[in-house]
Design a binder for this molecule. Structure first.
Ligand SMILES: [Zn+2]
Length: 315
C-alpha cells in the first residue's frame, strides 16, 4: 500500500478503486476560472458535481485530473467537486503544451522547485497537494521549453517519488524522445505513463514502450482519428500480449470547459453527440466491445482498478 495526495488529503492506494487515469474535470486556459468564469459553461460547478455523482453511481471511485496550470487548473474547484460528489480526485503539477513567455528563460532546477512545492506543501496557498507530475509534447516533437519542463518534472520526481504522466503524440512516436530525456535524467520508466497511446494502432511502437517498462495511457475515448473500435482492438491485442497490468484506460474528457461556438469538438451539441456518457463511456460502450471480443468478465472488472493502483505503487 502507498499513500498518495488527493485534493482532499492523503489517500491509500487500496482505496482508489475504479480509477480513470487521465481526465479534465474543468478544462480551460491559465487563470480563466479565477478571473473570467463567465467564459466557462454556465453553472459549471453544478454540472461537474452532477456528472461526477453519475460517474460515482456508475462505479467510478477515483479520477486523475490531468489539468495543469496552462490548462486552467483550479484546485479549489476540484476539491469542492470531490467533496460534493464523493469521487476521489488526484490533481497534477507540471505543464502541458501552452508556453508562456517566461518559460523560455527559466532554469530547470527553479521550475523543479515549484513542482516539488506543489507536491509537498500545496498549490497556490491552498494546501492542496499534487499527486502526479505531467510533461507534454505534441506533433512538433520535444520543443526546447518542453525539454526544460520535462527535465524539471524528472527532477521533481526524484525528490518526491511522485510518478509522471506524459502527454504525447503517438502517431509520430514522440514518446521515443520523451523517454530518452527521462532516461538521461535517471528516471526508471516503470514510474512513467505514456498517455494518448491509443491514438495509434501501431502495436510495434506500443510494445516497445511497454518493454522499456512504461505504463500506457489508453486514455482517449471516444477520441478522434482512430475509431473507438480500432482503439479497443489495440487494447485487446495488448491484453492478449500479457500487458494488462500496465494499461490505464481513460477518456481524456472534460465535464465542463470553455464555451466555444464551433471548434472541431467544441460545441456542446457536438460533444454531447460524440460522448453522451461522460465518464461512463468506457463502462457503457468499451466494456461491451471487450466482452464481444472475448475478454473475460474478471479482467473487465479489474482493468480500471489494478493498472492504476500498480502505477502508483511502483517503487
Ligand atoms: Zn488530457
Amino acid at each position: 500500500m502507498t499513500i498518495i495526495n488527493s485534493v482532499l488529503g492523503p489517500l491509500e492506494t487500496s482505496k482508489m478503486g475504479t480509477t480513470l487515469m487521465h481526465e479534465h474535470i474543468l478544462g480551460s486556459s491559465i487563470g480563466i476560472p479565477q478571473n473570467y468564469p463567465e467564459i466557462l459553461d454556465r453553472g459549471y460547478m453544478r454540472k461537474i458535481v452532477e456528472k461526477l455523482k453519475e460517474a460515482k453511481a456508475g462505479g467510478i471511485d477515483t479520477v486523475v485530473d490531468a489539468t495543469t496550470l496552462d490548462l486552467g487548473r483550479d484546485v479549489n474547484v476540484l476539491a469542492e467537486a470531490s467533496r460534493r460528489s464523493g469521487v476521489n480526485i488526484i490533481c497534477c503539477t507540471g505543464w502541458w503544451t501552452e508556453k508562456t513567455r517566461f518559460l523560455s528563460g527559466v532554469s530547470i532546477d527553479r521550475l523543479a522547485k515549484g513542482f516539488v512545492r506543489e507536491i509537498t506543501e500545496g498549490i497556490a496557498g491552498t494546501g492542496i497537494k499534487a499527486g502526479i507530475l505531467k510533461g507534454a509534447s505534441d506533433k512538433a516533437g520535444v520543443l526546447p521549453e518542453e525539454e526544460t519542463i520535462l527535465r524539471a518534472v524528472a527532477r521533481a520526481h526524484h525528490e518526491t517519488g511522485v510518478p509522471i504522466m506524459l502527454h504525447s503524440y503517438s502517431p509520430g512516436q514522440v514518446g521515443r524522445r520523451q523517454l530518452a530525456i527521462l532516461k538521461e535524467e535517471g528516471v526508471r520508466l516503470n514510474r512513467v505513463k505514456m498517455d494518448h497511446s491509443n491514438d495509434t494502432t501501431d502495436l510495434e511502437y506500443l510494445t516497445w514502450m511497454l518493454e522499456e517498462g512504461c505504463y500506457l495511457g489508453m486514455d482517449r475515448y471516444p477520441g478522434e482519428g482512430a475509431s473507438p473500435p480500432a482503439r479497443t482492438r489495440t487494447l485487446k491485442a495488448l491484453i492478449d500480449a500479457g500487458y494488462k497490468d500496465r494499461l490505464c484506460v481513460s477518456h481524456d474528457w472534460s465535464l465542463a470547459r470553455h464555451v466555444t461556438s464551433d471548434s472541431p469538438i467544441g460545441s456542446p451539441a457536438k460533444r454531447k453527440k460524440l460522448n453522451p456518457h461522460d465518464y461512463l463511456y468506457i463502462k457503457n460502450v468499451v466494456f461491451p466491445m471487450l466482452r464481444e471480443m472475448g475478454v473475460s468478465e474478471e479482467l473487465i472488472n479489474t482493468i480500471l482498478v489494478d493498472a492504476p493502483r500498480n502505477f502508483f505503487e511502483e517503487a
